[in-house]
Design a protein around this ligand. Structure first.
Ligand SMILES: Nc1ncnc2c1ncn2[C@@H]1O[C@H](COP(=O)(O)OP(=O)(O)OP(=O)(O)O)[C@@H](O)[C@H]1O
Ligand SMILES: [Mg+2]
Length: 290
């Protein structure tokens, strides 16, 4: 129709076949332009070297921890928003997580992933069934919301970190060393941080509480390639320390690179699936090939 469309996106690779031009803002006022997009491999390599995610997803070998103890056991769980005599959002969900396990939860928009995480965390209460959480060290699971701002309670980033340090007993420097943008943005409201920075801050808040079970709702949205690898690196460290992480996601990279097991929530039912196969399937869908 002759319209111009500008798409702002970290996962640029999914748009290369549609775009006539790619502009990478490198920071400090510099920009690079790519117009010969038919040279797909060369462009992808260059974009990758500029920190833009342009390479295909590759499954990584995931080291499984020795069998741990059962941190989470969900049995026959059904949840509603409306009346209980109506059809539930999902029913008879069975799910388990051991200590030191990273598990992905996938499924279409609106299938109930967020609601399931909230039910496990005890936030969503209109449920039947059982959610058993081992209280080995008497800590509750930590739900990191899909909307990161829900965790921000102070007027400035500095106050946010001060309050976090008081509540968790974690030293301020230990928290701020995880926030590359801290010095530059500490006097601003955490709400004014960029999307990726807000997402990262919500993860840092969760880590500071050191919970044995983390429920991460779409942690990769808005993260650039560097932050994504840092997220995966920290998830691996937490796993080695014995933490269990359930990640709701649409991102093929989570399945291919960190998830040892995966569940799919679809048509009201939860089923286990192979994380690598599911990752490749989601990648094909994102490319528009499926
Ligand atoms: N507070 C609410 N009241 C009524 N319906 C709700 C409420 N919150 C969510 N829903 C509905 O419940 C369904 C499941 O929502 P949920 O947020 O759990 O989906 P999701 O799988 O996390 O989706 P997405 O992939 O988009 O994050 C959706 O149809 C949603 O509109
Ligand atoms: Mg959701």
């Amino acid at each position: 129709m002759g319209k111009t469309v500008i798409v702002v996106e970290h996962k640029a690779k999914y748009f290369l076949d549609l775009a006539s031009e790619v502009v990478v803002l490198e920071g400090k006022g510099r920009a690079r332009e790519f117009r010969e997009l038919d040279e797909y491999d060369a462009v992808s390599r260059e974009l990758d070297s500029l920190g833009v995610d342009a390479s295909h997803v590759v499954s990584k070998r995931k080291d499984r921890n020795k069998k741990g103890w059962k941190v989470l056991e969900v049995k026959n769980l059904s949840c509603w928003y409306g009346n209980r005599d109506e059809e539930p959002l999902f029913e008879d969900v069975e799910l388990e997580l051991e200590s030191g396990e990273i598990v992905a939860l996938v499924g279409p928009n609106g299938s109930g992933k967020t609601t399931l995480l909230k039910a496990i965390a005890g936030i969503h209460k209109k449920c039947n069934g059982e959610v058993k959480i081992s209280d080995e060290n008497r800590k509750k699971p930590f739900y990191v919301p899909q909307v990161p701002e829900y965790l921000f309670i102070k007027n400035t980033l500095e106050e946010e970190i001060l309050s976090l340090s008081k509540k968790t007993g974690k030293r301020i420097e230990k928290i701020t060393e995880m926030l590359e943008f801290y010095e530059h943005r500490k006097s601003s409201s955490p709400y004014t941080l960029s999307l990726g920075q807000r997402r990262w801050l919500s993860a840092v808040i969760a880590w500071s509480y050191n919970p044995p079970l983390m429920l991460f709702d779409e942690p990769t949205v808005g993260l650039d390639k560097l932050m994504l690898s840092e997220l995966f690196r920290r998830i691996e460290i937490l796993k080695k320390e014995g933490a269990s992480i359930l990640i709701s996601t649409h991102d093929p990279r989570v399945l291919a690179e960190v998830a040892e097991r995966a569940y799919v929530l679809e048509n009201r039912k939860l089923k286990e699936c192979d994380p690598d196969e599911k990752g490749l399937e989601l990648e094909e869908i994102a490319y528009g090939r499926l």
